[in-house]
Design a binder for this molecule. Structure first.
Ligand code: GDP
Ligand code: MN
Length: 381
């Protein structure tokens, strides 16, 4: 789970890592009030779950109060790599002497935390990693011992010469490692970690990725979860007893059982189509679930056809048919619907569909279902 820079900095502050003075705003007026408290100039930074904000125009310095409002209103609502900016961080501007990279990451190959530091920190660290990897110093940590002082000192000596700054950096590195362990993070990163012209050290940016599997131990961090619009829909579907995962294609699928749902997606792919979603209505027999399923599928404007692929066991085909007939009249569905009903109460289900005079494509096999669903959606690739 990703968290925002300002949230990661709160974790840093608790761990004793120095962070410059700052606040978070959701409106230009709020940003202005924070700037008034901190004093001008201020740096205004987009808070989104993605890196490279600086290059995308999401980090700007404001020198006057008018500029604070202007830049804040410009960054709020901005789209950065597909994510909308809803909050900005307003922080004290520091005079940077040197930008450093400090990071701890879980290395899946060695199954150990790895510390990475580089004197070439800042917005081009990816380039450094690619072109001059020797400028990044790494150290595998034995989790039984943690990051030891002499190890941290050695890393810090690769960044600075002045012994005071080296010691202070080593101490911050150890705090970063502890913050990473204590929050069950898979990544804790400071880029840039800066030395100011006055000789002070600050974490100017903060990135923490929390391991989802450790979150049950951190209810306070779990609260920081922000769902994407797609995840919100998936969550709503879950509350209605449906497993729904939105995908990129144009064929909406309603299936009973996770295995059949996976197979349905595979068959669509096999015949050159792309499923719009995974959707398992579950094993129970409830017409309402079909209506709910159609509701969620219709929220996805990319969907061009809908395929109900039902293998009746506990799920009875007549219940599915009833749900479908009711849903089509209630939700005013204009999309072509392909139906495959097999199994328990199949005849009864088919009779309900016939009598309703619904305009649907009734199919018998998986192959036929996939081919028709692809065709009525406007063809495959
Ligand atoms: P990122 O691009 O998403 O990683 O955002 P950062 O928070 O790392 O900011 C990008 C760059 O903006 C940094 O590398 C700095 O060069 C610059 N920057 C950020 N805050 C300040 C500040 O307070 N003072 C100055 N002079 N530059 C800053
Ligand atoms: Mn950064």
């Amino acid at each position: 789970m990703k968290i925002h820079e300002y949230q990661a900095k709160e974790i840093f502050v608790k761990a004793g890592i120095p962070v410059s003075n700052e606040g978070v705003a959701t409106t230009p007026e709020e940003a202005d009030r924070i700037a008034e408290k901190i004093g001008l100039p201020v740096v205004i930074k987009a808070q989104v779950h993605v890196g490279g904000r600086g290059k995308a125009g999401g980090v700007k310095i404001a020198k006057t109060r008018d500029e604070v409002r202007e830049i804040a209103s410009q960054i709020l609502g901005m789209d950065i790599k597909g994510l909308k900016v809803k909050k900005v961080l307003v922080g004290e501007v520091v005079d940077i002497e040197k930008e450093i990279y400090l990071g701890v990451v879980t290395d899946r190959d060695s199954n150990r935390p790895v510390i990475m530091v580089s004197s070439e920190g800042g917005i081009d660290i990816e380039e450094v990693a690619k072109k001059t990897p020797e400028k990044i110093h790494r150290l595998q940590v034995d989790p039984a011992y943690g990051l030891l002082t002499h190890q941290a000192m050695k890393l810090a000596f690769s960044l600075f010469d002045d012994i005071k700054i080296v010691s202070a950096t080593a101490s911050i590195l150890r705090k970063l490692y502890i913050a990473y362990v204590d929050s069950d993070a898979s990544l804790a990163e400071i880029n840039p970690f800066v030395l100011t012209k006055n000789g002070e050290l600050y974490a100017l940016d903060a990135k923490i990725v929390l391991d989802d599997n450790g979150l049950f131990r951190h209810p306070d961090l779990e609260k920081l979860r922000e769902l994407t619009p797609e995840e919100e829909i998936e969550q709503e579907a879950k509350e209605k007893g449906l497993s729904y995962i939105s995908l990129n294609g144009n064929i909406g699928c309603i299936v009973n059982g996770a295995g059949l749902a996976m197979t349905t997606m595979d068959v669509i792919n096999h015949f050159g189509g792309v499923p719009a979603n995974f959707l398992d209505v579950g094993g129970s027999s409830d017409p309402q679930k079909v209506k709910d399923a159609l509701h969620f599928i219709l929220l996805d404007k990319q969907v061009k056809s809908i395929w109900l692929n039902i293998f009746g066991g506990i799920t009875r085909c007549d219940d599915i048919a009833t749900g479908l007939v009711e849903a089509v009249s209630e939700l005013k569905i204009n999309l072509p619907i392909v139906v495959r009903l097999i199994g328990t109460n199949e005849e009864k289900g088919k009779r309900i569909l016939d009598e309703s005079r619904l305009d649907i494509y009734s199919v018998e096999t998986m192959e036929e279902g996939a081919k028709v669903a692809i065709k009525v959606a406007g063809g495959g690739e």
